[in-house]
Ligand binder design. Structure first.
Ligand code: NAP
Length: 315
């Protein structure tokens, strides 16, 4: 028998879902430990740490900065004595209870776990892309499209997401150019037709973005490479929306929890219960559809309530 003390609840991940789960669990006297993680740019808080202005979270009529919002979530969780650990969880064992949760420096045992490790946009990985994130470069039109009124925007990708982002952005932008690496789209026929028939949307085929150009504070365009003609050109634009897919942060759960084909955690319908009894999931790690801060906070709350009920009834 290990003499490591057994915690009631460990929450893994610190976006809106993780912090909301912590607020609810701490108020329910579960004394949660929340592993905030360090992987996104060395700071906890999840994808909102890479956003600038957030204007669509209810209750903040003036809007606020993504990192500022996450600091408020954290402050609220701390008010109820949720314990925060600024480390990445690198290993879990959910094969038996108590569950094992390990970081580079410590091992914790817990009766229940809430997984809120989120997801991340797949980025191009080209020079300038990271530097201008939040300053022209985005992976979320719903979040950032509003800031591009009468601006010229590039969308990269040829799938449904890219078409959806391009169509959504026409509400604001004066022109949207879809840059796709092939000469046929992967998107569904109906989305293709909508995008192709839209007067504000143009297509550049067989072309890749090789670099994001900027003046040091904002992006000003991109360097394009057409691999049919082998030509490189500079293309002016105010914004770049990368829509080449999302990836859930579920590496540590492989072989432990049921994941779907795309790697998202599978939860039982209308609950946050995963395939392992006592392990719950909230936020984008189990949601590839809505992916909003407010929906993540909502499912984080659900996970804490499901967990509290489960602990009360089963442990
Ligand atoms: P996706 O279907 O996998 O498409 C990704 C696109 O990005 C592809 O066109 C791909 O090019 C391109 N791409 C990938 N890596 C790239 C790179 N490094 N550089 C340049 N281009 C790159 O992903 P998705 O569009 O996010 O859609 C994911 C799933 O959600 C799909 O099943 C989709 O149908 C669904 N979805 C549905 C809707 C809707 O129905 N309204 C909306 C959004 C998403 P290639 O084509 O050359 O591979």
């Amino acid at each position: 028998m290990s003499d490591t003390p057994v915690e009631r609840l460990v929450i893994i991940g610190s976006g809106p879902a993780g912090y909301t789960a912590a607020i609810y669990a701490a108020r329910a006297q579960l004394a949660p430990i929340l592993f905030e993680g360090q992987s996104l740019g060395g700071s906890p808080g999840g994808q909102l740490m890479l956003t600038t202005e957030v204007e669509n979270f209810p209750g903040f009529p003036e809007g606020l900065q993504g990192p500022e919002m996450m600091a408020l979530f954290k402050k609220q969780a701390k008010r109820f004595d949720a314990r925060m650990v600024s480390e990445d969880v690198i290993f879990v064992d959910f094969s038996k209870r108590p569950f094992v949760i390990r970081t580079a420096t410590q091992e914790v045992h817990a009766q229940a776990v809430i997984a809120c490790t989120g997801a991340q946009a797949v980025w191009l990985g080209v020079p300038g892309e990271h530097q201008y994130q939040g300053h022209g470069v985005s992976a979320c039109a719903t979040c950032d499209g509003f800031f591009f009124k009468n601006k010229e925007i590039i969308v990269v990708g040829g799938g449904d997401s890219a078409m959806e982002e391009a169509l959504f952005l026409t509400t604001f932008a004066s022109k949207v150019t879809v840059v796709h690496r092939r000469d046929t789209l992967r998107a569904s026929k109906i989305m293709q037709e909508r995008a192709m028939n839209h007067p504000k949307i143009a297509f550049v085929w067989n072309t890749e973005v090789k670099e994001v150009l900027g003046d040091g504070s904002r992006m000003t365009g991109v360097k394009l490479f057409n691999h049919q003609t082998n030509q490189t050109t500079d293309f002016s634009a105010d914004g770049l929306f990368v829509a080449i897919g999302h990836m859930p942060n579920t590496k540590i759960f492989e072989g432990q929890l049921e994941l779907d084909q795309k790697g998202y955690v599978v939860t039982k319908p209308h609950t946050t219960q995963t395939s392992v009894e006592g392990v719950f999931a909230g936020g984008d790690v189990a949601d590839h559809i809505y992916r909003q801060a407010v929906t993540a906070a909502g499912t984080g709350c659900m996970a804490a309530l499901d967990c509290e009920r489960w602990l009360r009834e089963k442990i």
